[in-house]
Design a protein around this ligand. Sequence first.
Ligand SMILES: *Cc1c(COP(=O)(O)O)cnc(C)c1O
Length: 818
Amino acid sequence: MLTFQQLPSITQGKLVQFTQPLPVVHLLTDSRKLSQPAGSVFFAIRGKYNDGHKYLPQLYAQGVRAFVLEQGEPEELKRLYPEANILQVESSLEALQQLAAWHRAQFSIPVIGITGSNGKTIVKEWLSQLLSPDELVVKSPRSYNSQLGVPLSVWQLQPNHTLAIFEAGISQPGEMEKLQPIIRPTIGIFTNIGTAHDEGFTSREQKVQEKLKLFKEVELLFYCSDYELLHQAVQAQCINSFTWSRQNKEAELFISATTTAGHKTIVVYTFDGEKQRLAIPFTDEASVENALHCLAILLHRRLPLSEIQDRLDRLHPVAMRLEMKEAINGCYLIDDTYNYDLAGLAIALDLQASQPQRGQHTLILSDVLESGLPEQQLYQKVAELVQAHRVQRLLGIGPTISKYSHLFPRAVFYTSTADFLKAFSPAEFRNEVILVKGARVFGFEKIVQAFQQKVHGTVLEVNLDALVHNLNYYRSKLAPDTKLMVMVKAFAYGSGSFEVANLLQFHRVDYLAVAYVDEGVALRENGITLPIMVMNPSQDSFVKLRQYNLEPEIYSLEQLQDFVSILEPNAKYKIHLKLDTGMHRLGFVPEDFEALFALLEQHPQLQVASAFSHLAGADEAVHNDFSQLQISRFRSMAAALEERLKYKVIKHILNSAGIVRFPEHQLDMVRLGIGIYGVEATGAEQEALRPVSILKTTVSQVKGIKQGETVGYSRKGIADTDKTTATIAIGYADGYDRRFSNGVGQVLINGRRCPIIGNVCMDMCMVDVTGVQVKAGDTAVVFGPELTLTELAQRIGTIPYELLTNVSTRVKRVFYSE
Ligand SMILES: *Cc1c(COP(=O)(O)O)cnc(C)c1O
């Protein structure tokens, strides 16, 4: 086993402190994912948004004793971490990569490396499914294909594996050189070349050249030679290749026809001079391309045709996302019914562990199939994972896991999904976070259905990864010591306040803000411990405010007088002073200052945590002069305040638009709102953000309407010709604005824009689907990436804020992570 003492020679680092021999088992790069301190080596990595060095004290306190660091004085480190082994390196990320490359070099099995613009993860998952009857496969978990993901993937290699499949993704030149020595593929797959990450490269040619660097040592490269640029580049470099093509009969695998038949695609191809046909169980273009890459590999391995067909038949779509949804009795369900292996289980357990406050953690787990490990060892590992993630209740389903019940004290076992469902009693589950993870054959979707609340056809899907992307985008604009307050008022702009707050807490923002005390109380009751500012606390809520450790915004003398009446003598109370610099909504004006200072001096229990103001026109350039005036007024008012208080307070004035427009006025903190939810209010940098929410509903009925007839209330929808209409399950009571009536609004059905016909009703509305393929049960997208909030808001003369916050609470929220 590798020990810490070997790290200096592998990574060219300096052993600045050595206290004890320790094994190197787990590579930890995210302090929040610590589950087994003994055996973990923490790599303190400095990223664009965060710095791993910040978490050393916490990890040391949790029992981690092995660190790879970039900074720190040896004497100081010795004092702070007397029992730790410490390796100092120039770059912790590079050290991690060097270690993974060293690990890779211990193995001589075939390694398939996959890169390309699209399809990497699917091809990897499918190949692993297709080859697992013959091989013990190790693969990248999910899409771990980055500078950090690749070393962590390769680290999983164990002596029992017979084949490895790793993916590599890059977004700029210079990155593949680092990944190649870690993966060192012996076989390559270049999936395709498209527009993804074009912005990072000077040309498409350069992108191809960079990606090809992964394959500099491969024995054979698989690709589709119909990608001209790719084909030329491979030829020029004389890489030994296996090509497939729809155009070139000389390709090793020539595809002469692909035709759709029901849910399948029939492929006619020539390989080795023989013409054959096969069926692929998918019809969309991307899936067919991905499957053809896999077919090329299977043919090259000389598998018999009937066997290939048999395995292809069993291919299933790869669930690329992990969904989190509200379930019965206040439970939360994490639905991860595909993609089942040990690494996938660990990732899902991590997600569950990041929801610490919602009561008990329950895991429903099936037999683990095709892991390649001996059973005993496999279930031992599962038991370790379950224990390390502090799962309180385990329900095991399947004959094999039942056999190892002794490894899982207190767990309950069922031999099949049907058995579980027979015994299922909803009342036994209450306020739990339930992770459902099963191999496909166990049909756990039935279990998911049993736990789900009844859904009325409309859901708001919230993409948690997009939210994090947007958070990081704004963070990248902040100076290193600027604090970040995120506004989660109004149910987090309609997105679901607890879930968003929980994610923000996980990503360590500094402050949250809500409008009312009740909103803050709800967050506290769900375990949110971040400081929370309440912007409009009413007098009758002051006691609750205190009880739940919420911090009030104070905006007037009257309000402050009310507040001081509840103060206890020896306590401390943090308050936030709102200054009116021109918005003229709430806040103190300079004329109030003398009285304000007097009150503050009389009540030393009050501690002014921050002073702030709000810009009235940050989203529009025409108001730039006024915004500047507000900022300068604020600066001088805050200075006067600090002078009288004789201490510094956190000063903040920028909202989302302000962060983009006035980066030089970040002061001590900024208040991020709509931007994190995916709308860039100035419009200038919308491209940099990812849309966070998609509002979807379903088609209830499709009707033919004769010319001259009318549709809906007040007979406003007039059929000027014969029409087909679809009735969809969303109305103004769900937050679909009535101003969208009569053609003003559109929804997307099967990729086509369909106008609203007639008036929007309370729970429904009708759309014109003439000429569009639609049937009852189809999905209608109300807003999303292809039908943006900004566009919809313009159509009815409002702003995206209103559309987002109007989505009614009766619309179910589904949170997912890719
Ligand atoms: C809502 C709010 C914000 C956030 O504004 P966005 O435009 O959504 O970024 C900031 N400050 C105050 C006082 C607010 O009420």
